[in-house]
Design a binder for this molecule. Structure first.
Ligand code: F6R
Length: 363
């Protein structure tokens, strides 16, 4: 049942305020306590987190790396499962292994988990299907409560994964004493506002559809982001290629001048994800380098950021104000909507894109 939507993907995008509120209610008490399922992990005893996943779930891990490092001061290694499992890396003592998978059945992720079993102190997984193989073979299971996801391109599972990983980073920070009470309260209040902020972002649906109609004519699209928005640039590019079949690449904004800027000309749209955060000015100067080469910039930012930097862009997408840390969860929405509407404009099969399967149970 598509609930009145044209595609499951549209329905699942629209469900995000509800499912994220649900995920929060499972992990966060009214009094601000973060409650995790047993067995409890004392993050003060953890010296390193190794996160492994595939595809969009891998991009959730890359985003969470910024949180664990910045908020909990914990070293994090992230790898794609197909590389990790055959690289057979040494596992330092006091490691927590964390596997992220919507289906819980992805063959490479499961193989990486089996490699870590007996080597890491503890195996934890963030899954949407608590009965899945990955969940069954984990010591600690953190369900994301996204509900069944049918669209092949992951949307609500991604933002629910991020929500749970963010809570986990705050819990880690509390255990490790790396966060003041005030900063902790700030993060939690931003999280509580997230369903409303996402609803506000979804209100940009019609405006984003107009932008996507222009994007549908492109042959190549670049996505740029910095800091925790860098993995989101990858998510934007992945969603776009999966369902619209437009070639898309993502780069860290600061990497542009080390090669990819050679691709930029008047035919290349460049999507820049840049909330007005502490690195905003740096991203804007990268964006100006793109515009100087006639690249067509689509700037996604908040009102203040757009007031400052929209001059000369091809198009803009307005997001609500949000803290630096929570921004990547919110900016998933325009990434999803851009891909969705571009695919609809091109007439591709949004829910069942060619060559892709929802659950990849062979390597
Ligand atoms: C992208 C997408 C895939 C999956 C990947 C991992 O939209 O859906 O990249 O994220 O195949 O799947 P799970 O999370 O089930 O392990």
């Amino acid at each position: 049942d598509k609930g009145g939507h044209k595609h499951f993907m549209a329905k699942e995008i629209a469900e995000q305020p509800t499912v994220i509120a649900d995920a929060l209610s499972h992990y966060l008490s009214a009094g601000g306590e973060i409650r995790l399922p047993d067995p409890q992990v004392d993050f003060a005893q953890v010296e390193r987190i190794t996160m492994v996943a595939c595809g969009t779930a891998f991009l959730a891990c890359l985003t969470a790396k910024y949180w664990f490092e910045q908020i909990a001061r914990l070293p994090v290694e992230v790898d794609v499962a197909s590389e990790f499992r055959y690289r057979e890396p040494p596992v330092p003592a006091k490691s927590l292994a964390l596997f992220v998978s919507q289906s819980g059945e992805t063959a490479d992720t499961l193989a990486a988990l089996r490699y870590m079993a007996g080597k890491a102190d503890r195996i934890a997984s963030v899954v949407n299907v608590p009965e899945s193989s990955i969940a069954r073979e984990s010591d600690l299971v953190l369900p994301i409560h996204a509900g069944v996801e049918i669209g092949v391109a992951s949307t609500k599972a991604f933002t629910c994964q991020l929500t749970v990983l963010f809570l986990l980073a705050i819990k880690a920070a509390s255990d490790r004493g790396t966060l003041t009470d005030e900063a902790r309260a700030d993060h939690l209040s931003q999280l509580r506002r997230l369903p409303a902020l996402i609803a506000e972002a979804l209100d940009q649906n019609v405006a984003i559809r107009e932008t996507a109609r222009k994007l549908a004519n492109a042959r190549d699209v670049l996505f740029l982001g910095r800091g925790p928005l860098y993995p989101l640039a990858h998510e934007g590019a992945l969603k776009l290629k999966e369902i619209s079949y437009i070639h898309a690449e993502a780069y860290a904004s600061g990497e542009l001048k080390h090669g990819p800027i050679a691709l930029v000309d008047e035919d290349v749209p460049v999507v820049v994800m840049a909330p007005r955060d502490t690195l905003f000015d740096k991203t804007v100067s990268n964006m100006q380098e793109v515009m100087a080469r006639k690249g067509k910039v689509i700037l996604i930012s908040d009102r203040e950021g757009l007031a400052e930097a929209a001059n000369g862009t091809w198009d803009t997408i307005t997001m609500p104000d949000v803290s630096d840390a929570v921004a990547p969860i919110l900016y998933a929405i325009p990434a999803q909507l851009l891909a969705y509407h571009t695919a609809v404009a091109k007439g591709t099969d949004v829910d069942q894109p060619r060559n892709l399967a929802k659950s990849v149970t062979v390597e």
